[in-house]
Design a protein. Structure first.
Length: 316
């Protein structure tokens, strides 16, 4: 339903995205996850025909985003990160305007507007002025305009950014209900949101897709190894190589400015904490903390997108 091949976009000399390839099937709800500046909005702007790519191709429901952009726009409901609302219009007038832009006119218009007002729970505020509504309600109006004409694909860019917790719950519930009728690409830098709403996650970092899987599989994949956090007090020079030499230790990360804290990745089938404790004590260091951490998707994400310098690198 949404396909990209080798999508690349340069802003001047800067590659905002490079060789981005993914396929989203009809009916899937896919999270597009990455830190700020990773390239999510750039990819979305290309998919929604707001700008062309430098190289590669993108298709929505088989229609080329560059060559048949008008048709693509009819197939995609887009909720941008900042919804451009006319704040002095009422909800219903704004939706009339948005419907007109989408070519919904005449006798179909009022019925279609009432339909999206119903889906988004806007009945009570339909005659109020947008400028007087809470941010949560404005976001619902943004969703309502995206739903006009029932497009098969919805692209939602950071749909809950800037909302308060109660509003976040409501918007997520609404998105959850929309999954029945639409293929959804949801961009977010909020991991619990993606884990909660999506069948699959695409993780983008520095303009490239670094992982794609279900939230559950991503967790399982990384849980083959165990993570141990160690904190010591004293002269910890040389401790990282000693930890690395223990059988079963896969990787040790240590940062100068983290108050003697080490992040140790080990083989999950081995219990290495007693050995690590002995090593610390033998080196006459004080043991402040030694614990096994369970990886949440949030921590997995941090692993995927941050390169923790090893001891050698942090010393140079
Ligand atoms: P995200 O949506 O994941 O935060 P963006 O797609 O907005 O990421 O940005 C990707 C990269 O492209 C960033 O390095 C950003 O600074 C850069 N960038 C985005 N838009 C522009 C632009 N209009 N001109 C120049 N650089 C841009």
């Amino acid at each position: 339903m949404i396909e990209t091949e080798g999508l690349t976009k340069f802003y001047g000399p800067l590659a905002a995205i490079r060789d981005v390839t993914f396929h989203i099937e009809r009916g899937e709800v896919v999270g597009f996850l990455g830190p700020n500046g990773a390239g999510k909005s750039t990819t979305i702007r290309i998919l929604t025909c707001y700008m062309p790519a430098t190289a590669g191709s993108a298709r929505i429901d088989g229609t080329d985003c560059f060559e048949q952009s008008l048709e693509v726009r009819r197939k995609v409901g887009y909720l941008p990160e900042n919804v451009p609302l006319y704040l002095d219009l009422t909800v219903r007038r704004f939706l009339r305007f948005a419907a007109g832009v989408k070519g919904i006119n005449g006798k179909d218009q009022e019925g279609e507007i009432s339909r999206v007002i119903g889906i988004c729970g806007l009945e009570k505020v339909s005659h109020r002025i947008l400028g007087h509504l809470s941010k949560g309600y404005r976001q619902r109006v943004g969703l309502a305009q995206a739903l006009l004409n029932s497009p098969p694909v919805l692209i939602l860019d950071e749909p809950t950014i800037g909302l308060d917790p109660a509003q976040i719950v409501e918007i997520r519930k609404l998105i959850h209900e929309l999954r029945e009728e639409h293929t959804i690409l949801l961009s977010s830098h909020v991991l619990p949101e993606v884990a909660q709403l999506c069948d699959r996650v695409l993780i983008i970092n520095k303009g490239q897709i670094v992982a794609t899987d279900t939230p559950g599989n991503l967790t399982a994949q990384l849980q083959k190894s165990a993570q141990i956090v160690l904190q010591v007090d004293g002269d910890a020079a040389g401790l990282a190589p000693a930890l690395e030499s223990l059988e079963g230790v896969q990787r040790v990360s240590f940062r100068e400015n983290q108050h003697g804290r080490f992040w140790i990745e080990t083989d999950r089938s081995r219990e290495l904490r007693p050995e690590i404790a002995r090593l610390v004590v033998d080196r006459r260091l004080d043991l402040l903390e030694l614990k096994l951490v369970d990886l949440s998707l949030e921590e997995i994400f941090m692993q995927l997108v941050t390169e923790e310098p090893s001891q050698e690198e942090s010393e140079t």
